[in-house]
Write a protein that binds this ligand. Structure first.
Ligand code: FDA
Length: 393
């Protein structure tokens, strides 16, 4: 028997989802081949969470994900939970901590998570083929054939785990979509998500605040996030803006509350308490000084509070709690932490991740139209969907 027929499953993509799937299937006794064009596995894991990998979130639930079908992620997320991943992390002696909002990070380095997944794949006798581009994928006589470096490998099951096209310089591609399309699966238009937004026109004046960050509440249509925002030389970033970017569509206005913790009529009370203080100084008690300066200029709040009419102060506070920015775009896939959209969930089983009309073909992780919030949710989806497929293969 040639080596080509010796595998039960071929997993394309040795990232978070692919390694989890390969290790899970291998541990069940399946012969697994894991292929990646990058020379090392888990590159995005290595740079994630500032090098400490925000590997899951304690508040994981389907409401933290965007998808054309909001129910699709329920099954996998419910069967492989953050606690399950923590148990694995614990078995490998990796120390971790909760930073904020349920986000769990390694105390040491993201390398530990990659080493853990590689060790799990080794223990499950997964064969890894790294550093070779996949030249061809086809399907005949109940077997998938994958050509790598002039050599054919085949298996009755194929798992697409090559992620989405965000951050191409890390080796990210739209390969999974191309293969999926070839097998007749639909693709929900991929778009950059968790991505900085760019400002132009009048809003471009805020670029002078590059480097300033403030706690805000940002809203887009019916969605809102209360976290830090960061002004950049191109526009808006920071957790609040990255989160809202996943919901933003071209021309949507964003409403930013610069005073999320401040009570109504606060400026009026400031006026009564300290009439000889300037508006700018008052605002600087609640906001970074440079932001207070730019906002008071834009609102024409000149001079002492005592000389500004109550009506003008009320109007100013109303604008400060609903400041409208209309981004003119995003920084694109080059800067997007994830890709929203992808392989349509309507063509996949939510329990097995298998294509309903192509027996043996599976898709997991970011390649699928399931996109998490910032904060460890995307890795939890990669682990859960990888595990679900690995159990079902
Ligand atoms: P992933 O992208 O991890 O893996 C895909 C693999 O397929 C890669 O190894 C790639 O080389 C390979 N591949 C691609 N095309 C191929 C081809 N044509 N042939 C062969 N192989 C191919 N999430 C989170 O929850 N917490 C966090 O802290 C962070 N931080 C973070 C920081 C940065 C800078 C980025 C860019 C992203 C994050 N993320 C994150 C998101 C997270 O990294 C992402 O959602 C998961 O890695 C997705 O896992 P997948 O396995 O689906 O794809």
């Amino acid at each position: 028997m040639s080596e080509t027929s010796a595998f039960d499953v071929i997993v394309l993509g040795a990232g978070a989802a692919g390694m989890m799937c390969a290790a899970t299937a291998g541990a069940r006794g399946l012969r697994v081949l894991l292929i990646d064009h990058a020379p090392e596995p888990g590159r995005k894991i290595l740079i994630s969470g500032g090098g400490r990998c925000n590997f899951t979130n304690l508040h994981t639930g389907p409401d933290r994900y965007l998808s054309a079908n909001p129910h699709f992620a329920k099954s996998a997320l419910g069967r492989y939970t953050p606690e399950d991943f923590l148990a694995l992390v614990g078995q490998h002696g990796i120390a971790w901590h909760e930073k904020t909002l349920g986000q769990l990070f390694c105390d040491g380095s993201a390398r530990q998570i990659v080493a853990m997944l590689v060790a799990e794949c080794d223990a499950a006798r997964v064969k890894m083929l790294l550093g070779h581009p996949v030249a061809e994928v086809d399907h005949a006589d109940g077997a998938f054939r994958v050509k790598v470096d002039g050599r054919d490998w085949s298996a009755p099951s194929l798992v697409l785990a090559t992620g989405g096209p965000s951050i191409p310089k890390l080796g990210a591609t739209g390969f999974a979509y191309d293969v999926a399309r070839r097998f007749g699966l639909s693709i929900v238009q991929p778009r950059p998500a968790l991505v900085p937004l760019t400002l132009g026109g009048e809003d471009a004046l805020f670029q002078s605040l590059s480097g300033v960050s403030a706690q805000v509440e940002v809203s887009c249509k019916k969605t809102q996030f209360r976290e830090a925002a960061l002004f950049t030389h191109r526009g808006l970033s920071g957790p609040a803006m990255l989160q809202i970017s996943s919901y933003w569509q071209h021309r949507d206005p964003l409403s930013v509350n610069f005073l999320p913790e401040i009570e109504p009529e606060w400026l009026l009370r400031q006026k009564q308490a300290q009439p000889r203080t300037t508006a700018r100084r008052s605002l600087a008690a609640a906001l970074p000084a440079r932001l207070a300066e730019v906002l008071s200029e834009r609102l024409s709040l000149e001079g002492d509070l005592g000389n500004i009419p109550d009506k003008a102060l009320r109007a100013a506070q109303a604008r400060l709690t609903a400041w409208i920015f209309t981004p003119n775009g995003t920084e694109g896939f080059a800067k997007a932490e994830v890709t929203a959209g992808g392989i349509a969930t309507k063509d996949l089983s939510s329990r097995t991740m298998m294509a309903s009309r192509v027996p043996g073909l599976h898709a997991i992780g970011e390649a699928v139209d399931v996109t998490g919030w910032l904060g460890g949710y995307n890795f939890q989806w990669a682990w859960a969907s990888g595990w679900a497929a690995g159990q079902a293969l």
